[in-house]
Design a protein around this ligand. Structure first.
Ligand SMILES: C[S@@+](CC[C@H](N)C(=O)[O-])C[C@H]1O[C@@H](n2cnc3c(N)ncnc32)[C@H](O)[C@@H]1O
Length: 278
């Protein structure tokens, strides 16, 4: 089965952003660690059918494929050809036969109803144009009793993003970033509205202190990259003079947050699960 892939300008920008990042996306241990944690919470079994939405370089899909074994099947979908290339390269090296990657938009999938035992969306839900609509769509593809699991980051997470938001608010720019899923309550409500039950959300702190220099490098206010859930990027309303001034204010805010250990970079993660009624 293959899906036509027609992307609007927002999604094309997101796909290009991740294709550009794809060759070094797996660097470091942070992404693999949180992907592993999501799979671990799901307690998969041999023989299950798994869908990994916005699979990226396939971290969740590959780990799931190891667990479900050759009796099971994993499909990973993504809009970024670059990310999928990396995923396919890894699977080829591993020689797995129970995993397949497809170029597809998570919001226009047409799998048969009641197909999957588990659907994951790791670190990607906020990129959807319509979060609730996406969750409702994915709910249909789960078998009765099937499990959906996603990560969400608290609205306090990532000091670069939260301070960028705070500074740009003064210039009339309101960025969503993690706000739509930024609290346990918001995650719970979204899943409930989408028809899920037995909702279980585990909150974990994955943050740490970072250097002031690193924090200053986390300025996301230059408008050159797409921002989650907003198109066109509202930062583009600002002039280069306003952005230069906002960056100075961003640095000043961070300097005020510096402690002996550095700047605290909160990364509160919600491992969020819900089931389709049995
Ligand atoms: C932060 S990466 C997460 C990748 C992977 N799930 C992981 O945990 O490492 C976000 C991914 O979402 C994908 N993405 C964003 N919007 C999408 C959409 N509408 N449909 C499918 N994939 C999408 C991007 O291309 C990118 O690979």
């Amino acid at each position: 089965m293959s899906y036509p892939i027609e992307l609007d300008e927002y999604k094309q920008q997101v796909a290009d952003l991740y294709s550009h990042r794809s060759s070094n996306y797996d660097d470091g241990d942070w992404h693999p660690r949180i992907a592993h944690r999501l799979v671990e919470y799901a307690q998969l079994s041999q023989g299950q059918q798994i869908l990994d939405i916005a699979t990226g370089t396939g971290m969740v899909a590959i780990e799931a494929a190891q667990i479900v074994g050759n009796e099971g099947q994993v499909i990973g979908i993504d809009i970024s050809t670059g990310m999928l290339e990396q995923a396919r390269r890894k699977v080829e090296l591993l020689g797995f036969c129970n995993i397949e990657f497809r170029l597809a938009d998570a919001e226009v999938l047409d799998f048969p109803l009641n197909t999957f035992d588990c659907i994951f969306c790791s670190s990607a839900l906020i990129w959807m144009s319509d979060l609730l609509g996406a969750l409702q769509l994915w709910h249909q593809f789960l078998k009765p009793g099937g499990l959906l699991g996603f990560h969400a980051f608290a609205d306090t997470a990532f000091v670069g993003g939260t301070i960028t938001q705070k500074v740009l608010e003064k210039y009339g720019v309101s960025l969503l970033f993690s706000k739509p899923t930024g609290t346990v309550e918001k995650c719970h409500n979204l899943l409930q509205q989408a028809g899920f039950e037995a909702i279980d959300i585990q909150s974990e702190q994955d943050g740490g202190y970072i250097s002031l220099e690193k924090a200053k490098g986390m300025w996301t206010g230059n408008g050159s990259s797409p921002v989650p859930g907003q198109y066109p990027n509202p930062i583009l309303q600002l002039s280069s003079e306003q952005l230069a001034q906002a960056k100075i204010e961003f640095d000043t805010e961070l300097e005020a947050l510096q402690t002996e250990q550095g700047v605290w970079n909160d990364i509160t993660i919600f491992y969020t699960f819900g089931k389709k009624a049995a």
